[in-house]
Design a protein around this ligand. Structure first.
Ligand SMILES: O=C(O)CCC(=O)C(=O)O
Ligand SMILES: [Fe+2]
Length: 444
């Protein structure tokens, strides 16, 4: 899926070629329908044309069909997921040399989704895709090299990978270089140069880039110099250690401060932003509907679509509460704009409530809630526990952890909580709800 989908006037020509049986045109037309460049999005058309290209041996079309199965558009039907078929299609595409398939299989292997978990094997495939110019793979490979995930930790190679990403125009590359220079991590501290790199990221509207840039007083340097940076062995090598703070013994509530680095936070906002839809809540009848209780926007990062950075955060969150990663519901990204809120509610499923049955069958009770604050909010947006007289400020990088059940596993009504209205700016939050058993969603 590296080629650019056709736009506007070209489309008629491509459609004619596709209808005449030209495989490459069928592939491009499929992508155009998939991403909406054909005027409107139509997964059915996308599937049809990609499938024809696939029948003619286009490996990247096979990879695109695999991606459709992963993202709930199998056979062009919305809401239809098929992990097994996705993996089959991706493996066959990879055998046919698809770069997209190498990248996606790499992430599935690393995260153990649909394939046996294999950190080193997954990282090797991601590196292969990065070497062949796959942009997302370049970012993920850099992350693996910096953090020693599946690849040997190597800041010098990570720096080179971020430089390549920046050079290729990826704002995440500029952002990371800016953060390293700002913190003096792996490279010498240089606020002027950091400002210039963050400015490049901010110009592409990369999340948090403008805020960080504005926090730097020094005059701007020339961002291009960041592409020649070398590792400085005397510089700091890692982000600061997180600190735990207990806010309540019973129910158990604690903060993990400075737990989530700014690159992860910006990346999650960047992933969430294009997919945000109005939030919904579980009703008494078991349906999931829009409601005045919860007026934020949200999206969910399905496990099949996790990238290495998002997955790495989940691993660390689950380690912090010592519960296996498969007990987690998919990560939810929430966006609150001024005036929006999440009114007082419980995260647990009350067994006495008629709508709870289906939810409880999918992995049991929600024993933990982990809320990660992704940005600093200009005003408002605290998380409040009215029964406990407690308010938690949404400090960027902090994780709020609370247990929704007591020592006996019974629901704990004092965990009643609310996301208070945001009064200025935006609030971005990542919510991870963790079940008592492995979470097995009910979906086709
Ligand atoms: O926005 C908040 O602070 C609370 C969010 C929340 O309660 C939830 O996502 O379950
Ligand atoms: Fe909640």
């Amino acid at each position: 899926m590296n080629s650019t989908p056709p736009q506007g006037p070209d489309l008629n020509e491509i459609t004619r070629a596709a209808e005449a049986g030209v495989a490459e045109a069928q592939f491009n037309l499929g992508l155009a329908w998939l991403y909406g460049d054909a005027g409107r999005r139509d997964p059915q058309q996308a599937w049809t044309w990609l499938d024809r290209a696939h029948a003619q041996g286009v490996a990247e079309a096979r990879a695109a069909l695999g991606m459709m199965c992963l993202s709930g558009q199998c056979e062009g039907r919305e809401g239809s997921f098929d992990l097994e078929r996705a993996v089959d299609l991706l493996q066959s595409a990879h055998a046919g040399d698809s770069v997209e398939a190498a990248y996606r299989l790499g992430t599935l292997k690393m995260t153990g989704c649909g394939l046996a978990p294999d950190l080193a094997g997954g990282a090797a495939m991601i590196e292969e895709a990065a070497r062949r110019g796959h942009m997302l793979a370049l970012n993920d490979a850099a992350w693996c090299l910096e953090h020693g995930l599946g690849l040997e930790r190597n800041p010098a190679r990570a720096l080179r990978a971020w430089q390549l990403a920046a050079e290729a125009g990826m704002p995440r590359g500029w952002f990371t270089l800016g953060v390293w220079l700002m913190e003096g991590r792996h490279v010498g501290k240089d606020p002027g140069l950091a400002r210039a790199c963050l400015e490049r990221a901010a110009r592409s509207d990369y999340p948090l880039a403008a805020t960080l840039r504005d926090s730097l007083e020094a005059s701007a340097g020339d961002a291009a110099r960041a592409l020649q940076l070398q590792i400085d062995p005397s510089a700091r090598s890692a982000p600061p250690e997180a600190a735990r703070e207990r806010l309540s013994e019973s129910p158990r509530i604690e903060l993990l401060k400075e737990f989530v680095p700014v690159e992860t936070r910006a990346h999650l906002i960047a992933r969430g932003r294009p997919m945000i839809e109005p939030s919904r809540v579980l009703s008494d009848t078991g349906t999931i509907d829009r409601s005045s209780i919860r007026t934020s926007g949200e999206t969910c990062l399905l496990p099949e679509l996790l990238d290495v950075t998002a997955w790495h955060l989940l691993e660390r969150l689950h380690d912090a509460v010592d519960i296996p990663i498969h007990n987690g519901e998919p990560l939810i990204l929430l966006q609150y704009t001024p005036g929006t809120e999440y009114k007082p509610h419980y995260d647990y499923f009350d067994p006495a409530r008629p709508g709870s049955g289906t939810a409880l069958r999918q992995g049991g009770q929600r024993i933990y809630t982990l809320l990660t604050y992704l940005n600093d909010v200009d005003a408002g947006g605290a998380t409040a526990f009215p029964e406990l007289g407690l308010e938690v400020a949404p400090d960027a990088g902090t994780v709020l952890v609370f247990r929704n059940v007591d020592e006996n596993g019974d629901i704990e009504s004092r965990t009643l909580h609310a996301g208070l209205p945001v009064t200025a700016g935006e609030k971005w939050l990542a919510t991870r709800w963790i079940r008592e058993k492995a979470f097995i969603p009910e979906r086709q």
